[in-house]
Ligand binder design. Structure first.
Ligand code: 5GP
Length: 187
């Protein structure tokens, strides 16, 4: 069942597997829409403009943010990230459930602005596991990995602020648990 349109925030430390879990959930439920964020980060190999992110220069990002075009935004590990307000609003108005894959600061902004949003924190089985995943991914240099692990410590400490916490031990199980949460009527 699809239920009614909801805004679903999925947060958790870099490397925890948010993208993989979300992809597995959407494969089962193609009616779910993943919002494409804007970022000032450089594209990684294989990433596609407009699909992975909208890649913006910092001045362009700041211009759009000042114009109120971002639903939320945050600086993460030296780069700006933000959710385009218009695309999310249009999808919700059209009755689609929208997933936001965003960091802790962004999750807090969304929950403050839209308390009905469902916020889900994805946690690693352990910090050791997270470090191993980030290193083996090989998308960041060692300094960037260390930076992301430091951020992860403080993000993990905030897991209690979320409506639900899922420990990502198995992608399939976690995706199913996420879909169950989405399908559970609020309240
Ligand atoms: P990455 O550089 O690995 O793609 O993303 C780094 C972090 O930024 C991740 O925790 C990701 O969830 C977060 N992020 C991605 N898009 C957004 C966004 O639109 N807003 C916020 N606040 N964080 C985002």
């Amino acid at each position: 069942m699809t239920g009614s349109a909801r805004l679903v925030v999925i947060s958790g430390p870099s490397g925890v597997g948010k993208g993989t879990v979300i992809a597995a959930a959407i494969k089962q439920r193609p009616d779910l829409l993943l919002s494409v964020s804007a970022t000032t980060r450089e594209p990684r190999p294989g990433e596609i403009e407009g699909r992975s992110y909208h890649y913006l220069t910092r001045p362009e990002f700041e211009r759009r943010r000042a114009a109120g075009e971002m639903l939320e935004s945050a600086e993460f590990a030296g780069n700006l990230y933000g959710t385009p307000r218009l695309a999310v609003g249009e999808a919700l108005a059209a009755g689609r459930t929208v997933l936001l894959e965003i960091d802790l600061a962004g999750a807090r902004q969304v929950k403050a602005a839209m308390p009905a949003a469902l916020t889900v924190f994805l946690a690693p089985p352990s910090m050791f596991d997270l470090a191993a995943r980030l290193r083996s991914r090989g998308t960041e240099d060692p300094v960037a990995v260390d930076r992301r692990l430091q951020v992860a410590e403080s993000e993990l400490a905030a897991r209690g602020e979320f409506d639900a916490v899922l420990v990502n031990t198995d992608v399939g199980d976690t995706a199913r648990a996420l879909l169950d949460l989405i399908d559970t009527p609020p309240g």
